[in-house]
Design a protein around this ligand. Structure first.
Ligand code: RIB
Length: 312
């Protein structure tokens, strides 16, 4: 794990332009509501993770696909500004992905994604990036790119490289993908989706979800619980709960991406799972106190919620 890797983290994933409107409440089916002025931000779960990790000081690269358009340039500029290596970002094939996001006064969001160029990031693109994959301590994936591309990535990484997967938005996962995850990072929706048909999925006990998910094959599991923190399990003793950190939430968009990025980075540099989850919880807490996704991420050395004595 600590050999000569050029990158602490390679993110293989999506890049979207986030079109964000603040609303008093999110509309029901068939309803129209008025909202704020439109704001356009760089986003996408993959691009968000890359920016979050680089801001924290991780040597980070991104393998993604954007369109040859203004949104693509916005995304590339944001990656470069954060210090992410963008040699692996492919351009063209379709318009840049777009996410339509509404945020209510509690900070909760609803998101619809048009994948665009993300859907064209292919297994061939992954095979052509073998050098990038070999250069990373940790590869982090999400599911806004084709599942075949995720599966190809998992098959292409060497035994020295750790795989972290946040299956969002959730989809059925092949056994070899599940078996590579260390950890599989899920929120409540994703846990319930993956446990559909399993008795644990019908219950309300995150410890039971984690145990049942571990039975599906991942080496470790982290269940994020929003303001309540996170639960981690690696089959070595009982699941461990890391409490959440109380903050005034402004916008939760991208907080999960910041969590996973911080977690993946710290695992790659040698932290244990519990220590990495504790740091990730504080990074995510910082992210919800500010608007937007990438704009909300804390920088290296910035004081994080939860007390100075736990500074990384
Ligand atoms: O996780 C938040 C992200 O989800 C947003 O930035 C949006 O682009 C969607 O991918």
């Amino acid at each position: 794990m600590h050999g000569e890797h050029r990158y602490d983290l390679l993110v293989v994933g999506s890049a979207n332009a986030d079109l964000v409107i603040g609303v008093e409440r999110r509309p029901r089916a068939g309803e129209t509501v008025l909202g704020s002025d439109l704001a356009t931000h760089p986003g996408g779960k993959g691009a968000n993770q890359a920016v979050a990790a680089a801001r924290l000081g991780a040597r980070t690269a991104l393998l993604a696909r954007v369109g040859d358009d203004a949104h693509g340039r916005l995304l590339l500029d944001a990656q470069r500004a954060a210090g992410v290596e963008v040699g692996g970002v492919l351009v063209g094939g379709a318009p840049t992905g777009v996410a339509l996001i509404t945020v209510d006064p509690s900070g909760d969001n609803s998101i619809v994604v048009s994948p665009g160029a993300n859907a064209r990031l292919s297994p061939e693109d992954v095979r052509a990036s073998a050098g990038l994959l070999a250069a990373a301590r940790v590869v982090s994936l999400q599911l806004e790119i084709p599942l075949d591309t995720v599966a190809e990535t998992v098959r292409a990484v060497g035994p020295e490289t750790r795989v972290v997967l946040n299956p969002s938005p959730p989809a059925p996962l092949p056994d070899d993908v599940l078996a590579a995850c260390d950890p599989l990072v899920v929120n409540e929706h994703e846990a319930r989706y993956l446990l559909d048909g399993h008795p644990a999925g019908a219950g309300d006990d995150p410890g039971a979800w984690a145990a049942a998910l571990l039975e599906r094959g991942p080496r470790s599991v982290v269940v994020t619980l929003g303001a309540a923190g996170a639960l981690l399990a690696d089959g070595d003793g009982p699941a461990v709960h890391v409490p959440g950190i109380e903050v005034a939430a402004v916008d939760t968009t991208g907080a999960g991406d910041a969590f996973t990025a911080a977690l993946a980075w710290r695992l790659g540099v040698g932290d244990g799972l519990e220590a990495a989850v504790r740091l990730a919880t504080r990074v995510a807490a910082a992210a919800v106190t500010r608007a937007g996704a990438q704009e909300s991420y804390p920088a290296a050395g910035e004081a994080l919620p939860g007390g100075a004595r736990q500074e990384p």
